[in-house]
Ligand binder design. Sequence first.
Ligand SMILES: NC(=O)c1ccc[n+]([C@@H]2O[C@H](COP(=O)([O-])OP(=O)(O)OC[C@H]3O[C@@H](n4cnc5c(N)ncnc54)[C@H](OP(=O)(O)O)[C@@H]3O)[C@@H](O)[C@H]2O)c1
Length: 255
Amino acid sequence: MYTLERWTGRVALITGASSGIGRAVAKKLAEAGMRIAICSRRKEQLEQLVNQLDIDPTSVLVLPVDLRFPKEIKEVFNQVNAIWGGVDVLVNNAGVGYKTPVYQGNLDLWREMVDVNILALCHCTYEAMTNMRKREDNGHIILISSLGAYRHKPGSIGNGMYVATKRAVRSLTESIRMELRSLGSNIRISAISPGLVETEFAERFLQNAEAASDLYQKTQTLNPSDIAEIVGFILSCPQHVQPHDVIVRPTRQLS
Ligand SMILES: NC(=O)c1ccc[n+]([C@@H]2O[C@H](COP(=O)([O-])OP(=O)(O)OC[C@H]3O[C@@H](n4cnc5c(N)ncnc54)[C@H](OP(=O)(O)O)[C@@H]3O)[C@@H](O)[C@H]2O)c1
């Protein structure tokens, strides 16, 4: 049976840990005995998570970061490397989506999605893999993508830029995997592409709390903990097994 045992005491950095999927993943990995570095902009939310976790406070690093800024990303990795020696598991979870049709020309929203969902994901991956390769060279990088990377939901207008960023994540999963093989590295990379998960995402996406709560009420959703369990499964796989991309929908989701 696969277990998470070999990760006990090792270090996981989770981006976007202040809410939703990232928060559930942080909880799962802390409960599995990993040391966790949790990142996002909202420091209070991260501290609240620490208070909820029944773990040794020395096993957690709270690292506020705005992933739109490369200097802040670099600083986060410098801190983890200085305090704990590096990252063994990187969960590139932080992501942002806005319903913003191209015909509206909102460059600021397009830029934020590209900066967080693609550029920061690549930057964090670069920082983590550089450190991993100097040490055991057997870490794991997990990318939270989206079902949108595989299909364009019929009738959904205005999500083109968000979906484009997740298609980029799908493509990066494969290209980084091949880079690692070309380097002869043992580092693994896996993606998870979820359908609808009930989090704070829809409120940001729709810019409307009521519409978001309406959506979640009338549709079956996945829970953040469902995705955290899949992260746990991926990490539990032995070294010769590399899940590539786990596509997961709520059972009743049609598209
Ligand atoms: N919910 C879904 O239905 C769904 C489906 C498929 C894929 N996904 C993907 O799942 C991932 C997690 O989303 P979620 O559903 O858990 O949504 P969420 O609850 O809105 O969480 C998003 C996280 O990203 C962080 N974040 C956003 N912008 C950031 C920035 N500039 N700097 C640092 N952190 C930032 C947020 O933290 P702060 O605001 O505190 O910075 C938050 O912790 C995303 O990549 C999303 O695309 C979600």
